[in-house]
Design a protein around this ligand. Structure first.
Ligand code: PEP
Ligand code: CO
Length: 434
């Protein structure tokens, strides 16, 4: 399902051969570390923050863009860690999130039928036929962009930028003056005091790597199977097969058929996997999916990402939580509060309302509290920029504001302030335990 109609299969084969000859982007051992960390989430001892672009862009490919996204993810993680008191596993929708599933193969633009835009890994969104023809060279370009992005993420997270002693400096100027920015400052000050306290007690905070470096893992929807296959390699240590295009891969709502190619491909690799589940998902399906993707019941192997809509989540999720719990499957439950709360604003922009997003998370947490399971994490579309794509937030973006900075290549993302606001509210919600 959802594969582009590549016009020239010889060109496609050439591009895939080239990618298959390139080095892997991630290493099997890193995927295993992420799986172990997610295992902690599955048992209720950690929380998953998975966040990033809906679709990464070939045009918006700059160091600043990557740094700002990372910065807001780190800020959210500090907020969540500090208030919840559990480790936060950080996974970006980054360094490979270039392909989009679509409801139709074509769309009508100004009376002309065009192939639909499927992400920069496949074609260009410009509304003319040439731009929309799937071009396999884009797969190669996506590989290179993923490699440079990952390189910068590794440099930022291991080379000093993510040092906990610098929590104050993560606050961006345009955020710092806002209510969310000030709440962040407060937490940053408390973190600093905690570090000073530790030093006063004789703990060396200068040389402890846990304070200077963080692990930020990569993930994307494994949609274009040729690309994923070309990056699938056998681990020389264990002999297992890993999809080395990212640490974690997920299966989207439109490609999760039990007898479909995506489930078949991903069950054969040993990376931690995600699968989106919508509100029509039933118990039999979820149990079969767990059996298929995680027959050995390895904690952290499978993350179920519910995206059911603010008004449906509580009711639709509870039977699934109960069934998976009773069957003894050790899954991570994460909430994607974005994809089932999308609507079209009066000016024609695709948008989401901050309050609906929060309300889906509230419903998700309520369902878990009722069933005695752990609301393991959130899966969010965001950017570090000051865009106006989602409505609301404490300095509310209004319908009229949507046109000011609407820059997404695909779905509307939370901006930096809305993302921080969300992290505060989620931290309080989970901590409140009511
Ligand atoms: C996405 O995560 O961008 C996406 C398309 O989600 P879903 O498959 O849940 O619709
Ligand atoms: Co999206």
């Amino acid at each position: 399902m959802q594969q582009p109609n590549w016009p020239d299969t010889a060109q496609l084969d050439g591009a895939l051969k080239q990618i298959a000859s390139f080095p892997p982007l991630v290493f099997a051992g890193e995927a295993r570390s992420l799986q172990a960390a997610l295992g902690q989430v599955a048992s209720g001892n950690a929380f998953l923050l998975q966040a990033g672009d809906c679709a990464e862009s070939f045009e918006e490919f700059t160091a600043v863009n990557i740094r700002e996204k990372l910065r807001v993810i780190l800020q959210m993680a500090v907020m969540l860690t500090y208030s919840m008191g559990v480790p936060v596993v950080k996974v970006g929708r980054i360094a490979g999130q270039f392909a989009k599933p679509r409801s139709n193969d074509t769309e009508m633009v100004d009376g002309k039928e065009l192939p639909v835009f499927r992400g920069h890994m496949v074609n260009d969104p410009t509304a003319n036929l040439d731009a929309r023809v799937p071009n396999p060279q884009r797969l190669v370009q996506a590989y290179h962009q993923a490699a440079s992005t990952l390189n910068l993420v590794r440099a930022f997270t291991k080379g000093g930028f993510a040092d906990l002693n610098r929590v104050h400096s993560w606050n961006q100027e345009f955020v710092a003056t806002s209510a969310e920015g000030q709440r962040y400052e407060q937490v940053a000050s408390e973190v600093e005091r905690a570090l000073a306290f530790m030093r006063a007690c004789g703990i060396d905070t200068e040389t402890n790597n846990a304070l200077h470096q963080v692990d930020v893992y990569t993930s994307h929807e494994a949609l274009i199977l040729g690309y994923e296959e070309a990056l699938t390699r056998q681990d020389s240590l264990t002999g297992g097969w890993y999809d080395c295009s990212a640490h974690m891969l997920w299966i989207g709502e439109r490609t999760r058929q039990l007898d479909g190619a995506h489930v078949e491909f991903l069950r054969g690799v040993e990376n931690p996997l995600g699968c989106k589940i919508g509100k029509t998902t039933d118990v039999d399906y979820v149990l079969s999916l767990c059996e298929k993707l995680n027959p050995a019941r390895i904690p952290g192997r499978l993350t179920l990402i519910s995206r059911m809509g603010a008004s449906s989540v509580e009711e639709s999720l509870r039977p699934l939580l109960r069934a998976v719990r009773d069957a003894g499957h050790p899954v991570v439950w994460a909430c994607d509060p974005m994809h089932a709360n999308t609507f079209t604003a009066p000016n024609g922009r695709k948008t989401r309302n901050f309050e609906d997003i929060m309300s889906e998370i509230v419903g998700f947490v309520k369902a878990h509290r009722a069933e005695g399971t752990w609301p393991g994490g959130i899966h969010i579309e965001l950017t570090g920029d000051n865009v106006t794509e989602c409505l609301g937030g404490s300095e509310a973006v209004s319908n009229e504001d949507l046109d000011t900075r609407y820059e997404t290549v695909c779905d509307p993302r939370l901006n930096a302030r809305q993302s921080l606001d969300l992290a505060f509210r989620v931290a309080e919600l989970i901590r409140s335990n009511t």
